[in-house]
Design a protein around this ligand. Structure first.
Ligand code: ADP
Length: 473
């Protein structure tokens, strides 16, 4: 076996050994005459006593899933977390033991479970947000690390390490609740301060001398910044504990982006930045490039183009694109901002590209973290909270999408978003369902109905990449 993902120290040894014993023993049944397999199995069995000792001693759950999806090893830690007896769980398909659900106990699609993701991506998956239904039916918050055992590109087995994180999640929820209440309460007085400062600065309402005006302008800018901070804090804490209002519906991203681009172009114009919007792939004949710096008149354009259907809350996705666009404007002094929309049969890809300051490579992996701001002269003088990209990531993940960026310092940045694409038939069926029973569907069109972003790297039809490493649209 090659490329075996090792989890760390003694645990890794125990896991791999335990797994191998089971794996070889299983195979042996298929190839009875294989003397070398027998020898290997017996020498590994000698080591099993040691690995059993470690597996039984650790508190974390450890589970080994074979090629056929059945559970080969299920340590006492896993039994304690899930409520399943070791003997009952062993031999069952993993799906029978690990019923993945959302925080309210509703089932989640298989594609988003760490087992399927690890199997498809052939990479270890760390999932700190999962919930499972224990044997008794209780919803348990669990963090998973699922590592595939890969041989010649094929996943032969999966090793899962799990931990009950109910207490941690409860604490995080309490923290978020506090931040959310505090920021909600503080927004009102801050809005009042901002309002009174605006009145004081209004020449028709108040008379002030030029020195006082200067002070008040500074106070006004700070109050506005504080208001934005509270708003972002409120949104981010809601995003964290799943309270963000979310009404997904079928949205055709082409039309949606045209409208949004026309709303956004004033901000680019203000900074003398050229703004461009492209729909489709560069190689496709019916592409259209729209100079969005000019006042748009999309209604008059009759262009045949692909329809890019997704299922999202339009308000939320507008928030994401506007945030990325505002950043592009904020951190670009001259040049161009390009917005684009492309896709293949599985994915709709949006991009926002600028010719701005760029982002140092060491900051790129942290950019979507809460409060992260690049510390350089540009950001020190440009106001911000460091919460915008965190909120963007949370929203995109809500729709099983991905967001990532590429940047070259001094040359500019490109932010990409992939969302699962609905076929025209799927879109029509969902639309008909929504129209037929608007209220019920509102609740029912849950994220479970949204196909998750596939783990494939390139779709042959258009060649649109779907992984962070290769995002050229
Ligand atoms: P902020 O409110 O600080 O803009 P964000 O979360 O939106 O917060 O962005 C985090 C940081 O990422 C910013 O402070 C900035 O350093 C960097 N950043 C985001 N977008 C861009 C961009 N288009 N070009 C250069 N830097 C960017």
């Amino acid at each position: 076996m090659q490329n075996i993902t090792v989890i760390g120290g003694g645990l890794a040894g125990a896991l791999v050994l335990g797994g191998l014993v089971w794996f070889v023993a299983t195979r042996r049944g298929k190839k009875k005459n294989s003397a070398s397999n027998n020898k290997l199995a017996s020498s590994l069995r000698d080591e099993r006593a040691k690995s059993d000792f470690i597996l039984n001693a650790i508190e974390d759950g450890v589970v080994f899933v074979g090629e056929d999806g059945s559970i080969g090893l299920f340590n006492p830690g896993a039994a304690k977390i899930t409520g399943w007896e070791q003997a009952d769980a062993q031999g069952l398909e993993w799906k029978s033991v690990f019923e993945f659900v959302d925080a309210k106990g509703a089932p989640v699609p298989d594609d988003v479970t760490p087992f399927i993701r690890a199997q498809r991506s052939t990479q270890p998956i760390h999932d700190n947000t999962a919930n499972i239904k224990g044997k008794s039916g209780k919803v348990i918050a669990v963090s998973f690390t699922v590592s595939p055992l890969v041989d010649k590109g094929k996943v032969n087995a999966l090793v899962a390490v799990l931990r009950d994180v109910s207490a941690e999640r409860q604490e995080a929820a309490q923290r978020a609740e506090f931040i959310s209440t505090a920021s909600h309460e503080m927004r009102t007085p801050v809005a009042a301060i901002e309002g009174y400062l605006s009145l004081a600065l209004n020449e028709k309402v108040a008379t002030i001398d030029s020195r006082a005006k200067d002070f008040l302008e500074k106070a006004h800018a700070s109050a506005r910044h504080l208001g934005e901070l509270f708003q972002d804090l409120l949104t981010s804490s809601k995003a964290e504990d799943g309270r963000l209002t979310n009404h997904p519906e079928v949205v055709e991203m082409g039309g949606f982006m045209e409208q949004l681009t026309s709303d956004l172009h004033f901000a680019a114009q203000k900074k003398n930045l050229v703004m461009e919007f492209t729909i489709g792939n560069d190689s496709v004949l019916n592409d259209q490039v729209i100079d969005a710096s000019a006042p748009p008149s999309f209604a008059n354009q009759k262009v045949v183009r692909p329809l890019y259907f997704v299922q999202v809350d339009p308000d939320r996705i507008r928030e994401v694109i506007t945030n990325l666009f505002d950043n592009a404007c904020k951190y670009t002094d001259k040049g161009k901002i390009s917005l684009g929309l492309t896709g293949n049969d599985k994915v709709v890809q949006l991009y926002i590209r600028d010719t701005g300051h760029g982002i140092p490579p060491e900051d790129v992996p942290h950019l979507f973290e809460k409060f992260y701001r690049v510390d350089n002269s540009a950001t020190r003088t440009i106001g911000g909270t460091g919460l915008g990209l965190f909120i963007c990531r949370k929203i995109v993940e809500l729709y099983h999408g991905r967001i990532w960026l590429e940047s070259k310092l001094g040359e500019g940045s490109s932010f990409y978003i992939n969302l699962p694409r609905l076929s025209t038939q799927q879109a029509e069926a969902l639309q008909a369902k929504q129209e037929a029973e608007p209220k019920a569907v509102d609740a029912e069109v849950s994220l479970n109905d949204i196909p998750s972003t596939p783990e494939t790297t390139t779709a042959p039809s258009t060649g649109v990449p779907t992984t962070p490493g290769n995002p050229t649209p």
